[in-house]
Write a protein that binds this ligand. Structure first.
Ligand code: GAL
Length: 415
């Protein structure tokens, strides 16, 4: 690696201080703090350590990254931007518009990113013709995670329809189990809503509502039906769901206390971290009614300009992230699938192989949609306003008719 040679030479010439971020370190702001997430992050840390680049960790706990984005804003405002930041969709575009991100075009050109990274990811990774972030993975949110032993014990087949899903959860409830493991946090409620809205109204509805922000569709009877389904799901969570972290909800499925969790495939990272095997200990399948669709989000590392252009360390980090071996090694642990479409996926497990194929098929057939809950359908201001409505409804503050009206208003105010 050409960049590495330069780095090793400069590393000898630079003296370190214990407190400040040393010149050859990268400071990485991220929200990967659960067991599975941390295990995946270690793959990246080890890669950098193997190349003599230090890692200054800046974790900000909180699934979905809302808190991390607040901390980031404060850091940049005080003139102290981290080197690299885990970021999603429209947040990348927003920071690029502010001119805060380094230009990665030289590296991207050398490494042919235009040809190997799918267009859906380039939409966010490039701004005004410039590469501004390095995509590390592709996640998708319309998954169900199930305890296999419990399914077998209760005679539950993989649900194909909404009605099947309800029948399965009824069985779990009757058996004294938690039917739906869930954490009552706004981003988790919204994650469920991604799949429920897609299943209720189909892909055109989803796009019109969340991407095009069509007020008629946002205020439609179909949207009301989606909220009604959310209210139905609310009847299957346990009494202690409020505020629970997503990985603790996953643990309930892992331990056999709960039947299902509706969550993005980062949940798989928790199963793997607990030595569980897909197809044996747990099942993964698309939320019924969204078998053809993929609501995706892609974690990317945006490099903040640190003065002049992109630093050697930033370039190395970006190069490492896109390397084929790293893409496979990392995504095997994280639960996501590679951000490049040119890789041999045979090393991924069954859920990962399905995820990779689903992503490519949905991309080819026009069934790939950005996740509203994870910042890939609309900008943060609108997303957060939608979160508020979805959460208020889930907690019984609004009925479905009111929720629909509030959703329209939220979009009108923040558009
Ligand atoms: C998502 C992110 C995933 C996962 C999840 C829960 O927004 O894309 O990588 O970490 O949050 O923290």
């Amino acid at each position: 690696m050409t960049i590495m040679k330069t780095l090793k030479l400069t590393a000898c010439a630079i003296s370190l201080t214990a407190t400040a971020v040393a010149a050859e370190d990268v400071e990485v702001l991220h929200w990967w703090t659960s067991g599975g997430e941390a295990a995946a992050l270690n793959v990246l840390k080890d890669d950098l350590a193997g190349n003599d680049i230090g890692w200054q960790d800046m974790p900000v706990a909180g699934g979905g990254g809302g808190s991390a984005m607040t901390v980031l804003r404060a850091r940049v405002t005080s003139g102290n931007a981290p080197t690299a930041v885990q970021m999603l969709g429209f947040d990348i575009t927003d920071w690029a518009k502010e001119g805060a991100l380094a230009d990665l075009n030289a590296l991207a050109g050398e490494q042919n990113w235009d040809d190997v990274i799918p267009a859906a990811l380039q939409t966010f990774a490039k701004h005004d013709g410039k590469w501004v972030s390095a995509p590390v993975n592709v996640h998708s949110t319309n998954w169900v995670w199930a305890n296999k032993a419990l399914m077998d014990e209760l005679g539950i087949e993989q649900p194909q329809t909404w009605e099947d899903m309800i029948a399965a959860m009824d069985k779990a409830k009757e058996a004294g189990k938690v039917a739906l493991a869930h954490g009552g946090q706004a981003w988790q409620d919204a994650t469920i809503f991604d799949a429920v809205a897609m299943a209720t109204g189909g892909p055109e509805f989803y796009k019109a509502a969340f991407v095009d922000l069509d007020e008629e569709v946002l205020g439609s009877d179909t949207m009301k039906e989606a909220f009604d389904r959310m209210a139905t799901l609310r009847g299957y969570v346990d009494d202690n769901f409020s505020g629970r972290d997503w990985n603790l909800a996953t643990a309930m499925v892992i331990n056999g206390d709960a039947l299902f969790q509706l969550m993005g495939d980062w949940a798989k990272g928790e199963f793997l971290n607990a030595d569980k095997v897909p197809g044996e200990d747990f099942a993964c399948f698309r939320f019924p009614g969204t078998q053809e669709q993929v609501t995706f989000n892609s974690d990317q590392f945006a490099m903040f300009s640190q003065g002049e252009g992109v630093s050697d360390e930033q370039a190395y980090l970006a190069e490492a992230i896109l390397s084929p071996t790293f893409q496979i090694a990392f995504n095997k642990v994280k639960g996501s699938v590679p951000a490049r479409t040119d890789l041999d996926a045979s090393e991924l497990d069954a859920c990962g192989q399905q995820g990779y194929e689903d992503f490519k098929a949905a991309s080819a057939s026009g069934n790939l949609y950005g996740s509203m809950a994870h910042g890939h359908a609309n900008p943060a201001a609108i997303k957060n306003a939608m979160y508020d409505v979805i959460t208020a409804h889930f907690n019984g503050e609004y009925d479905s008719a009111t929720a629909v009206e509030e959703l329209v208003t939220a979009v009108q105010i923040n558009k």
